[in-house]
Structures are given as structure tokens and as C-alpha cells.
Design a protein around this ligand. Structure first.
Ligand code: F6P
Length: 342
């Protein structure tokens, strides 16, 4: 069997470990052959591939990014997009199955194509950990670790200057990174898109921490909107592809907090630093297991499914379970963290 692998959407630490796990098991156990599609669905649509023999994946699980490149190309776009054209391209390349590694958008595309008869298996990926059909996504652990280290650093400079520090982390729609990095670093307030929190409440938490002689530390997810406000995601306009540009909420609320509390306040935005670089050991192991399981699924012809972590086991779930439902931070998880705010 010849299997094509693609990585699509925003990159994520652990992508290379998935590729390595799939290729090594596929060659060793099943005798499969592998190619990689360059730059996600663009490589599928254009038939742009690279060979993936064993030596190409040697030692790559510790590398950040993706050796295949990625893009946000939609497999339905362009003159060569859509199921029929892609089927013809796969036939021309001799590719019998596709392993698509990606987040919500990628898996939605994979689902539509598999419903149209294409042999596709999905692997979930996102640092945001917002995919409902899996307990954890690889990349999340690394992002939380990086964010936590950065916040710890903000805390020491904040304490030296008796300042309020704001750390803005990623999380367009959900606040998992903010919640975990905020809990790990002992933040005095955590602000996430799922929770309506007013600026008055934030000020109360900041003053409470200050009153105990601490340098207040606020962790905010990029997609958070203060209760009663409608900044919408257009806060920084859109990029050339029309996607909303997030980032900037920390800088936006810093002067407000400073004005309302009288405390000198600084904000730092972590941005893509959370997404690059070496994956954690946890993410490498999870990604490797998912890669190996995706080859098992392709070998069994489980098209339209996705490999997923349930407790400690890797299982197969329908792609329909993975798309359309964002895994949000449950109220009880936020309440648990909020007990220690202020
Ligand atoms: O990978 C998901 C994510 O990290 C979001 O939290 C963030 O909004 C987005 O990617 C930004 O990605 P890009 O700058 O690549 O569009």
C-alpha cells in the first residue's frame, strides 16, 4: 500500500513525531510505502509530493514544525480541487490512502472528502486542545510548558517592580492554554473566551493580590472579550486571507487596569513562540502513538475515522465526532481555578 501523509493548518509541536511513527511502523510492520504531500492540502491538489523513506524520518520526533510544510489551502479550492480531481491525482500518483494531520478545518475537509469516497484517515492536532473527540491533542502540553515558563519570568520582573503583569496566550475560541498555564504559574486572574468576566471583577482580583503584597499576575487568552464589550475578533483587522487577526487583548486592557487600579501595568503577548520549537516528551509519545495508530487504521481501511486519545488508550472515532464541536473549558474547571484568584 502507498500512503500519502499531509500536515495542514497551523503547525504544532509533535507533527514530525506523528510522521515518524506512521512511516516507521508502516514500513516495518506492513511493508507500506510513504510519500508526503507538501504544504497540506495544497500538495494533494497539486500532486506535489516528496518520498518518505525510513531515513527521511530518522530523529525527527524532537523537531518542531513539520518537515512537510503546511498551509491553510482548502482541498475544494482551485481548478484541481474537489473529490473527483483529487481522486484522479491520487490514482496518477499511485497513492492508496491519505493520512491527514490537522485541526478542525483540516478534519472537516477530510470528512467531506471521505464521504465523497476518498480513502482518508485523520489525526487530530492543535495546541489549543479544543477538539472534542479526543482527551488531549499533542502540542498542547508543549504550549502550556512554554507559556508557564514565560509567565514565571513575568512574575519575577513584576515582583521586582511592584507591577501588575498581564500575559496573553493563544486560544482563539477556547481557554485551555490560559487555564493550565495560569493554574501552573499561580495567576491571580485567568480570562478565557468561555467566561463572561467584567473589568470590574478583574480590577477586584488585581487589587486583592496587590493588597496582600503580591505583584498581580493576569493570564488572558487572545480570544477573551470583557463582559459587556463587543471587541469581536476584528480587533486587529484581518490578514490577506481574510482571517481575523487576534492578539492584542493584553495590550488593550493593560492601560485600563493601570488607570482603574493605579498600579503600573505591563503586558506581554506570547504569540507564536507557544507553537514553535521542540515538543515535550508527553507530546512526542502521544504523537508517535497516534501516527502508528493512523497506519493501523489505514491498513484496515477505516476511512472517515480519526485516531484519538481516550484516557490512556488510542481509539478510532468517526470524523463527524471530531468536527463541529469545540471542546470548551467546562464551568467546573474554571470555578476550580477561580477559587484561588485574587
Ligand atoms: O493553532 C491554533 C492557533 O494557535 C490559535 O490559538 C491562534 O489564534 C491561531 O493558531 C493563529 O494562527 P496563525 O497565526 O497561523 O493564523
Amino acid at each position: 500500500m502507498k500512503i500519502g501523509i499531509l500536515t495542514s493548518g497551523g503547525d504544532c509541536p509533535g507533527l514530525n513525531a506523528v510522521i515518524r511513527g506512521a512511516v516507521l511502523k508502516g514500513i516495518k510492520i506492513y511493508g507500506h510505502e510513504f510519500v508526503g504531500f507538501r504544504d497540506g492540502w495544497r500538495g494533494v491538489v497539486d500532486g506535489d509530493t516528496i518520498e518518505l523513506p525510513r531515513h527521511m524520518v530518522r530523529g525527527i520526533s524532537k523537531q518542531g514544525g513539520t518537515i512537510l510544510g503546511t498551509s491553510r489551502t482548502n482541498p475544494y479550492d482551485g481548478p484541481n480541487g474537489g473529490p473527483e480531481k483529487i481522486k484522479a491525482t491520487l490514482a496518477r500518483l499511485g497513492v492508496d490512502a491519505v493520512i491527514a494531520i490537522g485541526g478542525e478545518g483540516t478534519l472537516a475537509g477530510a470528512r467531506e472528502l471521505s464521504e465523497a469516497g476518498l480513502p482518508i484517515v485523520g489525526v487530530p492536532k492543535t495546541i489549543d486542545n479544543d477538539l472534542d473527540a479526543t482527551d488531549y491533542t499533542f502540542g498542547f502540553d508543549t504550549a502550556v510548558q512554554i507559556a508557564t515558563e514565560a509567565i514565571d519570568r513575568l512574575r519575577t520582573t513584576g515582583e521586582s517592580h511592584h507591577r501588575c503583569m498581564i500575559a496573553e496566550v493563544m486560544g482563539r475560541n477556547v481557554g485551555w492554554i490560559a487555564l493550565h498555564a495560569g493554574m501552573a504559574s499561580g495567576a491571580h486572574a485567568i480570562l478565557i473566551p468561555e467566561q463572561q468576566v467584567s473589568m470590574d471583577q478583574v480590577v477586584e482580583w488585581v487589587l486583592e493580590a496587590h493588597g496582600r503584597g503580591r505583584a498581580p499576575l493576569v493570564v488572558v487568552a487572545e480570544g477573551w472579550v470583557p463582559a459587556g464589550e463587543h471587541i469581536a475578533h476584528s480587533v486587529r483587522g484581518t490578514d490577506v486571507f481574510g482571517r481575523p487577526r487576534l492578539g492584542g487583548i493584553g495590550e488593550r486592557i493593560a492601560p485600563q487596569i493601570e488607570h482603574l487600579t493605579g498600579l503600573e501595568t505591563r503586558a506581554a503577548t506570547l504569540g507564536h513562540i507557544q507553537r514553535g520549537g521542540v515538543p515535550s516528551a508527553f507530546d512526542r509519545v502521544l504523537a508517535t502513538r497516534l501516527g502508528m495508530a493512523s497506519v493501523d487504521a489505514a491498513t484496515k481501511g477505516l476511512w472517515g475515522t480519526m485516531v484519538s486519545l481516550r484516557s490512556t488508550e488510542i481509539v478510532n472515532v468517526g470524523l463527524e465526532e471530531a468536527v463541529g464541536n469545540l471542546k470548551k473549558v467546562p464551568q467546573e474547571r474554571y470555578d476550580e481555578a477561580a477559587m484561588l484568584f485574587g
